[in-house]
Write a protein that binds this ligand. Structure first.
Ligand code: HAS
Length: 569
């Protein structure tokens, strides 16, 4: 019996090298992936509701009832949507992706995955209780000197530790696949998962150090004071890679899933892998671009990290190129002529395509805004204004999450053994169009108000009487209108998800994974040499951070909260 199981397993894995033969996620892995998806969509509903309250408060026309604080609502919104929805969706999607392309997890790998899931869930619950008790209204960035109850920090630390465990399970399955298929190029989707997890592991070391060495001892009263600039630097060492941790699963879908949905092929396996390697190398040594306005970090190091930031734009430009090439190749296959002829050949009625495509379009102005943010001098204009909020609502809250939703609409039925019907598909398309409309209005107004100097993270009552407030108010009302449309979209999305989980007819829904185009060059083996990339990554981090961190420690009165590093904030 054991031999039969062993044999089946190895055949299973061998077959998966041909990419198309193993076409389903293992049913036991499906349960693990689904558990993550449940939490993600609960977070979407509650976090979205908080978003609605926020735009209403900022419009100056509404006050929060029952003594609920603006920062409490803002914390729930940021933590649930920025940290919980994303991390849980990513871990669920990635588990399914590895199972689909490398074969089923072993039972010990699956147990590790479940352990990770429960650790993340317990951490989320602990942090949520503290926020609800108004003991942790410190926003998703939890900057000192704002202080939360230690349980909040410990809860978030558990979310990170849990995600390490489940990433490890995914990585172990990938390593096993490599051993079982010596000399073969690994499945692209699983390779991308591993790169994303490596980046996540290396960047979370920064936030783990901040939480364990500074915030928890300080919030427990074990030390009186901590160095604020150091805590922010550790946070942003993590924080910018965090945004790419959100982005890369969307890129996995754009590179590997979308080509299959439109009937095409992956333009180039090598180019896709190279862009992921560039993200691994360049996502972490750039965090100081969030601190360009902060005294205490020498201008040279800020400049160096600005340069590295502009380099990390390159893999996104490569992705845009690859996507255009995929669309065009498919269009020409279908007889399209001219430069933009392919456009009308795309499957506009298919929500699995439409939502991610809206995300891609939003990422063009979102990415351009990012380049503005990173451009040292221009950063002085937009820093701490609501422009930045507009930027991340186009990037993470549209490009990324609309892609996740588009994927959820085939992934959930694939995992539950149901079918995405025409009616649900139409509902999903409506949600995508509502989202695009709401976001265009809300994020557009945020960008414009930001250019007029409207601050982010502040409620109407703090600037309501000021002279500038009259200039901003039209845009604040526009944000409330856009935010309300977005919430309507969330309600439709939740309806679609409920349908796909429990009500849609039983059937088989494909997990689309595209093959590589025939003419594409062979993938160079160096792209799979993790040792080489690990060494380059470590060198880049050391170059970008060693001296700034030593400077911060040497020049600041260690132990002070807020002085002198918060001057001008
Ligand atoms: Fe950012 C602040 C710079 C990308 C998220 N960013 C933030 C914050 C968040 C965030 C959450 O340098 C606020 C943090 C806070 O709370 O303080 N960002 C960048 C740069 C990029 C960038 C250079 N950001 C992202 C992504 C995010 C994200 C992605 C989430 C997922 N960002 C900054 C800076 C700040 C910042 C500063 C600090 C500001 C401050 O002062 O506080 C780049 O990675 C962007 C590159 C992207 C592109 C676009 C490529 C386009 C593609 C789509 C192709 C479309 C197709 C469809 C094919 C170059 C791939 C075509 C169809 C047609 C019909 C046309």
């Amino acid at each position: 019996m054991t031999t039969v199981i062993k044999e089946t397993k190895s055949i299973h894995s061998k077959i998966s090298t041909k990419n198309e033969t193993v076409t389903k996620v293992d049913p036991k892995d499906a349960k693990l992936a689904l558990a993550h998806i449940y939490v993600a969509f609960i977070a979407l509903f509650v976090g979205g509701l908080m978003g609605l309250l926020q735009v209403l408060v900022r419009s100056g026309k509404f006050q929060l009832p029952w003594g609920i604080g603006y920062y409490q609502v803002l914390t729930v919104h940021g933590v649930l949507l920025g940290l919980v929805l994303t991390t849980f969706f990513i871990m669920g999607f990635q588990t399914a992706a590895v199972s689909r392309t490398c074969g089923a997890l072993s039972s010990s790998q699956r147990k590790l995955g479940w352990l990770g899931f429960w650790v993340m869930t317990i951490g989320t619950a602990a942090a949520a209780v503290m926020v609800l008790l108004n003991e942790a209204s410190v926003l998703y960035t939890f900057y000192a000197p704002l202080q939360a109850h230690w349980i909040y920090y410990a809860g978030l630390a558990l979310v990170v530790v849990g995600s390490w465990l489940i990433s490890l399970a995914q990585g172990l399955r990938f390593i096993a696949w490599r051993k079982e298929n010596k000399g073969q190029t690994t499945p692209l989707l699983s390779y991308m998962v591993v790169i994303n997890n490596l980046m996540w592991f290396v960047c979370t070391l920064g936030v783990a150090a901040e939480v364990l060495l500074q915030l928890i001892p300080w919030s427990m009263g074990l030390v009186d004071r901590i160095d604020v600039l150091l805590s922010r630097t550790l946070f942003w060492y993590f924080g910018h890679a965090l945004v790419y941790f959100w982005l890369l699963p969307a890129y996995m879908i754009w590179y590997v899933v979308i080509p299959k949905i439109i009937g095409g092929k992956v333009f180039s396996d090598a180019l896709a892998r190279l862009s992921f390697i560039l993200f691994l190398l360049l996502s972490i040594p750039v965090g100081i671009h969030h601190q360009l306005a902060e005294p205490g970090i020498d201008a040279f190091w800020k400049f160096l990290q600005v340069v590295l930031t502009l380099f990390v734009v390159v893999p996104s430009l490569m992705t845009a190129f690859s996507l255009f090439a995929t669309f065009e190749l498919r269009g020409r296959e279908l007889g399209a002529k001219g430069v933009l002829g392919w456009f009308k050949n795309l499957p506009w009625n298919d929500c699995r395509f439409l939502l991610p495509f809206i995300g891609m379009v939003a990422f063009i102005p979102g990415g351009a805004g990012g380049i503005v943010n990173a451009s040292y001098q221009l950063n002085q204009l937009i820093h701490n204004t609501i422009w930045v909020t507009g930027h991340f609502h186009l990037t993470v809250a549209t490009a990324v999450v609309l892609t996740y939703f588009g994927a959820a609409f085939w992934l959930i039925p694939h995992l539950t053994g149901r079918k995405l019907t025409k009616r649900i598909n139409n509902m999903a398309n409506t949600a995508g169009i509502l989202w695009a409309t709401g976001m265009l209005i809300m994020s557009g107004a945020m960008h414009i108000a930001g250019l007029f100097g409207a601050p982010r993270r502040s409620e109407y009552s703090t600037y309501g009487g000021s002279e500038q407030a009259s200039e901003w108010i039209t845009y604040q009302i526009a944000q409330a209108v856009g935010g309300t449309i977005l919430f309507l979209s969330i309600l439709v999305i939740i309806g679609v998800v409920i349908n796909l989980l429990w009500l849609a007819p039983k059937g088989e829904q494909e997990f689309p994974v595209a093959e590589v185009a025939e003419g594409a060059a062979k993938t160079p083996a160096i792209l799979e040499n993790f040792k080489v990339w690990g060494i380059i990554l470590a060198a880049l981090i050391l170059i970008a951070y060693t001296i700034p961190v030593i400077d911060i420690i040497n020049t600041s009165p260690l132990g002070s909260v807020g002085y002198p590093h918060l001057i001008g904030r």
